[in-house]
Design a protein around this ligand. Structure first.
Ligand code: GCU
Length: 608
């Protein structure tokens, strides 16, 4: 009897543990899914009454978790005390930040509880079921039918929990606590120049999968090769001898793999002639991965990216990255961008600018952006939100940054458009910071040795109009990137004409940010701050200055579109917006848009 008791207890713990760990499901949009997007009831909870009791003890640490508040309890008889009701509460749209959905929530930083009711009948009783979140900012606790599924920290990467044993056919109640309070030990930390959009900001779906399924796969050219394709597949469980087929019909590839004791399989397949992906030829191949029960279809491009001296080589050919920075925001609708339509709006502007490259600042953007960049032939820099004054000597902070970096690499490693993993933005040089970033760079390379590593560094020296970049982290990067604002934060645009750059690295150099503000529609002479003319003249002089740097191989001006920031408070001109966009918050292009476009048109012709 005792053995049975212990077995039951440990299987109960396992089921809880299984739920509390987020499950990687690569290419979730190609799986069998059921969307939970739409209206969710919500309750604003600034004191986290639904999470802590009056002695500040978490409800769900109790032996009986459903004693916690806000887990969709109902008043079942007239004597019962229940002090909240999701059914009678208002609704928010999911996906979508809460700040842009209700004026009362524009500046709100704290907890909001979401609740969605749904029915779900499995299509096969042997299948497993997960709930998947594209992202939620910043700290998220998920409950299903009163049971805790897990806690996720980080505002820009996906997570999912198994709900197989908790799911009912009718009236499931999923409750999600999202807390967007900024934290000193967070990643990012307290101070950022962007709006702290909170909420369930990306797609939510139910995912139904076989008992043992393909949870992850990587299909790409091995580093420096165009004569073979490496396929790596990992199952959800350590099941040996499971047959996996990988087909790429157009390349006449039909590979049969068998998993090892870890549930993993890999093979390197020779290919004769492959059409390499590039901005001029964004060739994507249909790839199918099947375990006999489920077939996952993907569209994957194959290309090589490397550096050699001052050059960035795409498929062995030196390229110049004609870029622009983007925040994940739809300024016209307001709030976080999240949809395919948002991605199309942003990336079509990028194409109009004659760009072949985007810097997705300052955090991982939604997956629709990367899939569309693959299709449009736009090279991509993805960035971990290690921004400004991170707590460099805090282990919890490092592990958080490392997990977020792992999540974005695992999500996007099959996207040909992604060529650069960026470790950080504008971080102050110190020994703890060098160690922190160096360890992140090593971790990134251990996960993916095929892409380039960089970071947005800063200018470190200015003397007699000679500017220099000297940063110990430069030893870890493949491309030297730095932000500079001569003519906006440092002197006037004419200062650019007198500046020379001292950058003593035998590596490619890119400028990850430059720019200045302009209120769209405000006009004046070139010295009138906030006029479109000032911004355009700044662009013109800056680009001429940068073009003299011998290692100059790319640039991503700050920024495509005006974006909300609580740091920008100048009435009439800013009103809570950072005005450095080359497009205004109303979608109208400023003069600088065309100045940049002209430079890129000439650069495209001249850089052979
Ligand atoms: C910094 C920073 C951006 C910020 C920009 C600005 O370089 O990286 O996040 O918005 O400058 O000052 O507008």
């Amino acid at each position: 009897m005792k053995i049975l008791k212990y077995t039951l207890f440990f299987s109960f713990l396992l089921s809880i543990n299984q739920n509390l760990i987020s499950q990687l499901i690569t290419n979730v949009y190609a799986r069998q899914t059921f969307s939970l997007n739409g209206k969710w009831n919500y309750i604003i909870d600034p004191y986290e009454t639904g999470y802590y009791d009056y002695r500040y003890q978490p409800h769900d640490s109790r032996k009986n978790p459903w004693d916690g508040f806000f887990l969709d309890k109902k008043q079942t008889d007239k004597t019962q005390l229940v002090e909240y009701s999701f059914d009678q509460s208002p609704t928010l749209m999911v996906p979508g930040d809460w700040n842009s959905q209700d004026d009362k929530l524009l500046y709100y930083e704290g907890t909001i509880w979401y609740r969605k009711k749904f029915d779900y009948k499995k299509t096969d009783s042997n299948n497993r079921v997960f709930v998947y979140f594209g992202a939620a900012n910043y700290e998220t606790d998920v409950y299903l039918n009163g049971k805790k599924l897990g806690k996720h920290i980080g505002g820009f990467t996906p997570f999912s929990y198994e709900i197989t044993n908790l799911l009912k056919e009718n009236e499931n109640s999923i409750v999600v606590k999202v807390d967007n309070k900024r934290k000193r030990e967070g990643v990012p930390t307290l101070n950022t120049d962007w709006w702290n959009y909170g909420g369930i900001t990306r797609d939510v779906m139910i995912v139904e999968l076989p008992k043992t399924f393909v949870s992850d796969y990587t299909i790409q050219l091995p580093k420096g090769s165009t004569k073979s394709i490496r396929c790596k597949v990992k199952l959800s469980d350590p099941v040996a001898n499971k047959k996996i087929t990988v087909t790429i019909p157009e390349l006449k590839i039909n590979a049969n793999l068998s998993t090892d004791n870890n549930g993993e399989a890999s093979v390197i397949l020779p290919v004769k002639k492959i059409s390499l992906w590039s901005p001029e030829n964004p060739k994507l191949y249909n790839v199918n991965i099947s375990d006999g029960t489920e077939t996952i279809s993907d569209e994957i491009g194959f290309r090589t990216i490397e550096t050699k001296g001052h050059d960035i080589l795409l498929n062995g050919k030196s390229i110049f990255l004609r870029g622009i920075c983007i925040h994940e925001e739809n300024a016209m609708r307001g709030g976080r961008a999240y949809s395919e339509e948002d991605a199309a709006m942003l990336l079509n502007w990028v194409k109009e600018l004659n760009c072949n490259y985007v810097r997705l600042a300052h955090y991982p953007h939604n997956e629709h952006m990367l899939k569309l960049a693959d299709k449009l032939g736009i090279l991509v820099w993805e960035e971990n939100p290690v921004y400004w004054t991170i707590l460099w000597d805090n282990e919890e902070t490092f592990n958080n940054a490392k997990q977020q970096l792992t999540d974005v690499i695992e999500r996007d490693k099959n996207r040909a458009s992604v060529i650069i993993w960026s470790m950080a933005n504008e971080t102050p040089v110190s020994e703890p910071r060098n160690m922190f970033l160096g360890n992140l760079a090593k971790h990134a390379r251990s996960l993916d040795d095929t892409r380039l590593i960089s970071a947005a560094l800063e200018v470190h020296g200015e003397k007699n109009n000679v500017f220099s970049v000297e940063d110990p982290f430069s030893d870890y990067v493949d491309i030297i990137n730095f932000n500079q604002y001569i003519g906006w934060y440092n002197g006037l645009p004419e200062k650019c004409d007198k500046v020379t750059w001292k950058i003593n690295y035998n590596k490619p150099v890119m400028i990850s940010e430059f720019g200045g503000g302009a209120l769209q529609g405000m006009h004046g002479d070139n010295l009138t701050r906030w006029s479109e003319e000032y911004q355009s003249d700044l662009y013109d002089r800056t680009l001429k200055m940068l073009d003299k740097i011998p290692q100059f191989r790319g640039v991503s001006p700050w920024i495509l579109c005006d974006f909300r920031s609580p740091r920008r408070v100048l009435p009439v001109i800013q009103d809570g917006w950072n005005r450095k966009g080359v497009i205004g918050e109303n979608g109208t292009k400023k003069k600088a848009f065309f100045t940049l476009k002209n430079f890129y048109t000439k650069k495209k012709e001249s850089f052979k």
